[in-house]
Design a protein around this ligand. Structure first.
Ligand code: GLN
Length: 282
């Protein structure tokens, strides 16, 4: 990236150089990412950058921006560079130990939110904690518990609970192994990518997001099988199980739930029109 210009360099120059470097390196959303990174480095918003575009950037801003653009050009996800992702209007800290919260997952949270009142909720495979924390902050649950196998992910989730002042109890456990309690609602966005699909994912995801947050086994359904079967033992009578699913998994996951005796099993599409949430109750 050519940014070693000794002349004064403006914010506008930085943005142009950053953008064209990311474009050259085939980064999707080069325009957006170059701008987000400049906002991050300067601590200013887009409006400020627009108004002050012809002013010279400080040396340390130039150095920091150049460094981040180079990292982004190596396909490091934007959120790993800025350390944040917005989800349900809340701010989540993220790093390489957790899946970056996806907008698709908001669909799951929006479905569960209206029925949280006075409920005991379990979020299985919590990762960054985005689901449990959103439900705890925006809903009316009696109690929220979140489970993950990864200690590193749980550290991130606990930090996010502090950032968002959420009251969530965390348990390190391989699925239900260390869970004795029963719940009114179990919610989960488990790893669900079939193993042979992982290699075809974009580099940002394949190389930089945790494999254990993606890998759903040979057919992508391993976690659904376990959670559906174990979930029956950990749901109160009438309790609901909600899953985020990959858009081609609705039929398989609904069949698995019906076979395990869940009632009123159904599927909800996301805003893009893809099957996204499968749910049912016991
Ligand atoms: N529950 C977290 C999320 O929805 C993590 C999901 C995962 O790691 N598969 O982002």
């Amino acid at each position: 990236m050519e940014c070693n210009i000794s002349e004064p360099i403006t914010y506008q120059n930085l943005l142009q150089v950053g953008r064209s470097h990311l474009e050259k390196m085939n980064i999707l959303d080069a325009a957006l990412d170059s701008r987000y990174l400049l906002e991050y480095v300067t601590g200013q918003n887009n409006g400020w950058l627009f108004l002050h575009g012809s002013e010279s950037a400080e040396q340390k801003e130039i150095a920091a921006y150049t460094d981040l653009i180079k990292k982004r050009a190596r396909h490091i996800p934007l959120q790993h560079l800025t350390g944040v992702q917005e989800f349900m209007g809340l701010s989540f800290y993220v790093n390489e130990h957790v899946l970056v919260p996806r907008q698709d997952t908001e669909c799951l949270v929006e479905m569960v939110l209206p029925i949280t009142e006075n409920k005991k909720i379990l979020d299985m495979c919590t990762g960054s904690g985005c689901i449990a924390i959103s439900l705890a902050v925006l809903g009316k649950a009696k109690e929220c518990t979140a489970v993950d196998l990864s200690d590193a992910a749980l550290e991130v989730a606990k930090k996010n609970a502090r950032i968002n002042r959420a009251d969530v109890k965390y348990v390190q456990s391989d699925l239900f192994e260390k869970i004795d309690d029963t719940y009114d609602i179990i919610v989960s966005n488990p790893p669900y990518i079939p193993q042979d699909v992982i290699e075809g994912l974009m580099e940002e995801v394949r190389e930089h997001e945790p494999r254990m947050a993606l890998d759903g086994g040979k057919d992508g359904l391993d976690f659904y099988r376990s959670i559906i079967v174990e979930g029956v033992k950990h749901l109160n009578v009438g309790g609901w199980l909600f899953f985020e699913i990959g858009c081609e998994q609705a039929k398989d996951v609904m069949d698995l739930m019906r076979m395990s005796g869940y009632y009123e099993v159904n599927c909800q599409k996301d805003y893009a029109g893809n099957d996204r949430v499968v749910y049912g109750h016991r």
